[in-house]
Ligand binder design. Structure first.
Ligand code: NAD
Length: 245
């Protein structure tokens, strides 16, 4: 049975990792899916690889003009839409005494401001009964050395879901948060964390392994679909138990 038949979904950062696995699952479940790629280069690559499956749009969420162009495209092509997976984000590791103002701004511009304006500009285009899923992280509520800035960006994301749940009628939009633990995606390579460091991180969770992007996609599908109709303003920890220790 298709859980997302006749739905139109937007997945930001849908060209890689958790976003890509989720875009594929949403499509399998009957949705028409729009994905974003950050740069012109990644857009061209994604268009070639996934253009037949998804509507690929270039948008850097840290740029308000890109966000506005993205939603102008959605409005013209689809009118309104039903599911937003606000997932684009960057990871970051920096001991506090080494954090520069530039690093701090880049983290907040992408993970906080970028996500905020993605959702704010999406809201007028969402159909009644929509679902918005925000990607935070287990570290939004867990201490992790070297992660003070990144963790704070994800704590902000977790909090946005609470405020928006209070602000908008639930019958119009449900907001929920997906908080992954350490998941095997290109994000660790982008941070320069070698495979052995990644495996160590996976091994330090109660489940003793890294998660898979496909496992996050199933959690995102639950939150995006009517299967979670009574789940409102919540955080789904999909973290192999990492947040519990
Ligand atoms: P990934 O690097 O494979 O995917 C991240 C996606 O976000 C990419 O498509 C990237 O281009 C996009 N992106 C980054 N900055 C952007 C910008 N300014 N504009 C538009 N797109 C941008 O990594 P992933 O692991 O799939 O990450 C997805 C989300 O999950 C992120 O928000 C990340 O913080 C979060 N997360 C990941 C993990 C993990 O261990 N992989 C854990 C917790 C949370």
């Amino acid at each position: 049975m298709s859980k997302l038949a006749n739905k139109i979904a937007l997945v930001t950062g849908g060209n890689s990792g958790i976003g890509l696995a989720t875009a594929k699952l949403f499509k399998e479940q009957g949705a028409q899916v729009v994905i974003t790629a950050r740069s012109n280069e990644t857009f061209e690559k994604a268009k070639q690889e996934y253009g037949a499956q998804f509507d690929v749009v270039q948008a850097d969420v840290s740029k308000i003009a890109d966000i506005e162009r993205l939603f102008a495209h959605i409005k013209t092509k689809y009118g309104k839409f039903d599911i937003l997976f606000a997932n684009a984000g960057i990871a970051g590791f920096s001991p506090t005494l080494e954090v520069t103002p530039e690093y701090f701004d880049n983290q907040f511009n992408t993970n906080v401001k970028g996500l905020y304006f993605t959702v704010a500009r999406a809201i007028p285009l969402l159909n009644k009964g929509s679902s918005v899923v925000l990607t935070a992280s287990v570290v939004a509520s867990k201490g992790f050395a070297g992660s003070s800035v990144y963790s704070a960006t994800k704590a902000a994301v977790r909090n946005f879901a609470r405020s928006w749940t209070a602000e908008f009628p639930v019958e119009d939009i449900r907001f929920n948060v997906l908080s992954p633990g350490p998941i095997q995606t290109p994000i660790f390579d982008k941070m320069g964390l070698p495979q052995e460091g990644q495996d160590h991180l996976g091994g330090s969770t109660p489940i003793k392994r890294l998660g898979k992007a496909e496992e996050m996609a199933k959690a995102a599908l639950f939150l995006a679909s009517d299967d979670s109709s009574y789940v409102v303003g919540a955080e789904l920890m999909a973290d192999g138990g990492f947040g519990q220790i």
